[in-house]
Unconditional design. Sequence first.
Length: 472
Amino acid sequence: MTENLFRSIPSVDELLKAIQDEPGVQSIPRTLLKDLVNTFLDQCRSDIRSGRIDVSSDLNVSSLVPRLLHHVRQKSRPNFRRVINATGVVVHTNLGRSLMAEPAVQAVDQACRWYSNLEFSLETGKRGSRYALVEDLLCRLTGAEAGLVVNNNAAAVLLMLDTLAAGKEVVVSRGQLVEIGGSFRIPDVMAKSGAVLKEVGATNRTHLYDYEQAIGENTGALLKAHTSNYRIIGFHKEVPLPELVKLGERYNLPVLEDLGSGNLFSFPSQTGLDEPTVQSVLKTGVSVVTFSGDKLLGGPQAGIILGRKEYIQPIKKNPLNRALRIDKMTLAGLEATLRLYLDPENAEKQVPTLSMICASPEQLKRKARRLASGLRSNLSHAFEVRTVSGASRVGGGASPEHDLPTTLIQLVPKKGIAVEALRDVLLQTDPPLVGRVEHDSLCLDPRTLQADELRQVGPVLEQALELLGRNQ
Ligand SMILES: *Cc1c(COP(=O)(O)O)cnc(C)c1O
């Protein structure tokens, strides 16, 4: 019986012929296509062995073609793909952090398409420096004396410590020895830089005298790190930066701060966000600060290092800098993003990270209701669709516990579809959609849905239903 089934399996050539004129198949390289048909046939054989296929009619070319096409399309598309973020986490590290503003996208496009003055001075006709392209802009926006940019903030912290404190002790509060997602840990980065960690205080409380007592002849710097992704509540004390700066001045030691997210924008009070701006941090007289380009700033992945000239100069000259350097696409995107901040109102409108965070609860409610009513008219056979108030998050380690009020669209599947199965199958749609499961429903947060994506949610849900039907 099983022997018969095995003999009914069509040949690779038969299947290739059957799908060759289907949309999208022509553009798949022939050798890849053949391999995919072979892996599909392997799957059929294993389905016969396991009893999933038990009648020979299931092995007709015409019955196999839809499944084969699905397999071929799934396996031949790019690995790195666009995703719809319906989680409401604005700076979602796993989903690519910030979306870039339109002028930044255009600048990246130009940098890719044409030659540029990346390291060429148009004033002298001689070699120029890529760092000079954004330094003046960063200084103007933040009040820093000097600055440079590298690949990301982890690189920025490494380079700063390597330059200013290699072989010396760096005093850090125990409450700030943080691990950021993706295995960035202050103690580990410090070890790699050759600086020696000198922990002071207790996890929940560190006093100025803790720092002072730790200062010795081998001390190289005092370091403050933003605790980004967690918050200590209750009996708790951190030394404010101005006091640390004073202490540093007294002992002639640089005071460094890893700001994590970094922020150039004063968020309107109704957002409830109290992330200090880089400008205000630099005003304290801190020697050097570092922060990310793609968190609250809303630009490309980058690490920004700003501070006093006497410290930035040696950082620029550190040979390690060459290994951590920023590429031309990033630099183009970063400059265009920073230019938007010259007019903060413009920045709020054009930098998607800022506009998503600043979206008002009323705007979000309207957006949610509009989407919900569209979904109800097309998909009420499959889902109960509700809108409820809920919370979004900034993400990226900024204000980890701070809820931004929003209106969620809740989808409750009918017909015995498990909500987890719906969530999982939505990762197979084109484009995939990432939502969150709460209270036995799939929740979509309009805050992180872009205007064009509102129209895509319905069709994507239909695709998901079709895939669920196929898998049953
Ligand atoms: C996010 C973060 C980092 C790492 O920044 P990347 O740009 O991801 O390299 C380092 N320190 C703090 C405090 C952070 O929040």
